[in-house]
Ligand binder design. Structure first.
Ligand SMILES: [Zn+2]
Length: 248
């Protein structure tokens, strides 16, 4: 007779089929969640209720989660910029993973978090949410973080997601990354690179909220707002997850 120690796998030869074995395997996966950033198992008993950031992270990643961003930088053409966190500490790798890795669980976590943390001051007369269009490289990857965020928030709050009703922004040309240019070439770099596209049956929305993942100098948002206003949009606001704190 073969000797073995420990629990036999439910699939082991000769094991009696017990459906709860499979159930307990499933439960293990549920009660032992891991940190979405460093994949360390979360302490027993700390099972997050919602997949919300930074609650789904381990202690050490949470410690490096920055405090909410209190600065509200002014951007020309934008009535209000709503920014949640500085692009620092654990926020940075969490944004990068969602942007770069297809199917990253962080994408779902951010979408959930964004839906919950959307500022209430936007809520009374909800604007149409439109993501800032991705560059060609990002488009080729097949998913776009800003669009996923905007869609998730719109779904959660029952607001209108522009692209779903045929209202979207598109890039008319590809431009070099702002960071690769000197101050002078940066100024004209983005000029005229965005356009609002609406289906011929659709009116231009009165109020729009641009959605993006990270704002740096605000040049992209400023240019997108200019394109919207040129098309007849009356009021533009913007919402971003994170802001790069710049010493200007
Ligand atoms: Zn961690």
């Amino acid at each position: 007779m073969e000797a073995f120690s420990g629990m036999p796998s439910p699939l082991a030869a000769g094991a009696v089929f017990r459906p709860w074995h499979f159930l307990s395997w499933g439960l293990d996966a549920l009660v032992l969640p891991t940190c979405l950033l460093c994949e360390q198992p979360l302490p027993l008993g700390r099972k997050p209720v919602a997949i919300r950031l930074p609650e789904v992270l381990c202690e050490s990643c949470r410690r490096r989660w920055p405090k909410n961003d209190a600065a509200r930088p002014k951007i020309r053409g934008i009535r209000a910029l709503h920014n949640l966190w500085p692009y620092q500490g654990s926020v940075r790798p969490a944004v990068l993973a969602a942007k770069e890795e297809k199917g990253s669980p962080l994408l779902a976590a951010w979408a959930e978090t964004a839906g919950d943390l959307w500022p209430t001051e936007l809520g009374a007369k909800a604007p149409m949410l439109i993501p800032v269009p991705p560059s060609k490289v990002r488009r080729r990857r097949g998913w776009h973080f800003a669009a996923e965020l905007a869609e998730a928030v719109a779904r959660r709050r029952k607001w209108i997601y522009g692209p779903k009703v045929g209202v979207r922004m598109r890039r008319l040309r590809e431009v070099p990354a702002q960071a690769s240019l000197d101050r002078k070439s940066r100024k004209g770099n983005l000029r005229g690179c965005f356009q609002l596209k609406t289906g011929f049956w659709r009116q231009v929305p009165q109020r729009v909220c641009l959605v993006d993942d990270v704002v740096t100098t605000g040049a992209t948002l400023r240019e997108a707002a200019r394109a919207l206003q040129e098309s007849g949009v009356k009021e533009v606001q913007a919402w971003v997850l994170a802001r790069v704190p710049l010493r200007l």
